[in-house]
Design a protein around this ligand. Structure first.
Ligand SMILES: Cc1cc2nc3c(=O)[nH]c(=O)nc-3n(C[C@H](O)[C@H](O)[C@H](O)COP(=O)(O)O)c2cc1C
Length: 205
């Protein structure tokens, strides 16, 4: 099973169009998948104190997200660049679902100071981002923090080494024709990742 997780409040957004094209492509490839539209689902992002400990009792909705995260063969993440970060609801999804004992664990005798061991089974993660900053400015001025966050801090730590990322810019000035081309790129990337015929990389533009 593949997993698609989307964070954008506007159903007419380009982010929603990306998520729709991913689902359409997976349908065509006959790959089973689950989609979570975090805004539409009103995902509760605040991690309560009672959930922090490993082995804590979890609300059913969080338990289900954890099971799907662990079971996923490929994880698709779709969100805009907001201040060099994911929207808060996506951050909350990470906080609550990428749990100790679910997404990573520490070695015996390690109280949390060592290097964790990733527990996710997914072979690939694919991140689609949108932004209004040029590739040159993003890389030279801001250092593309989203790449570090997803590639190293989240998926690398949790054992998913094959992280593909595509950041589309500049969305605000893009034409319909440009967006159509971008959506075709989404489709192609989904096909190539599913077939295992593409090496992980980041492309901004
Ligand atoms: C709260 C907020 C913060 C944003 N921060 C950034 C930013 O740091 N860099 C950037 O390039 N665009 C930023 N944007 C613009 C969004 O990235 C842009 O609107 C989005 O990628 C366009 O995709 P959409 O058509 O699917 O909304 C921000 C937008 C909002 C609403």
């Amino acid at each position: 099973m593949d997993l698609i997780v989307l964070a954008h409040p506007n159903a007419d957004s380009f982010n929603h169009a990306i998520a729709s094209r991913i689902s359409l492509t997976l349908d065509q490839l006959k790959r089973p998948f689950v989609t979570h539209d975090l805004y539409a689902d009103q995902f509760p992002p605040a991690l309560p104190a009672a959930e922090i400990e490993r082995g804590a009792e979890l609300p059913e909705v969080i338990q289900r997200h954890c099971e799907q995260l662990v079971a996923a063969e490929c994880i698709y993440i779709v969100h805009p660049n907001w201040w060099g970060m994911p929207p808060a609801v996506m951050k909350g999804w990470i906080d609550r679902v990428f749990r100790p004992g679910v997404a990573y664990r520490f070695s015996e005798g390690d109280s949390g100071e060592g290097v964790p061991c990733g527990l996710l089974h997914a072979r690939d993660a694919v991140i689609f981002n949108t932004s209004n900053t040029s590739a040159q400015r993003e890389q030279c001025i801001f250092g593309d923090p989203l790449d570090r966050i997803w590639r190293e801090c989240v998926f690398g730590l949790c054992g998913v080494e094959r992280v593909h990322r595509r950041m589309f810019e500049t969305v605000v000035t893009s034409t319909t024709n440009q967006r159509d081309c971008w959506l075709n790129e989404v489709e192609q990337l989904v096909c190539e990742v599913s077939a295992g015929t593409i090496e992980p990389r980041t492309v901004i533009g």
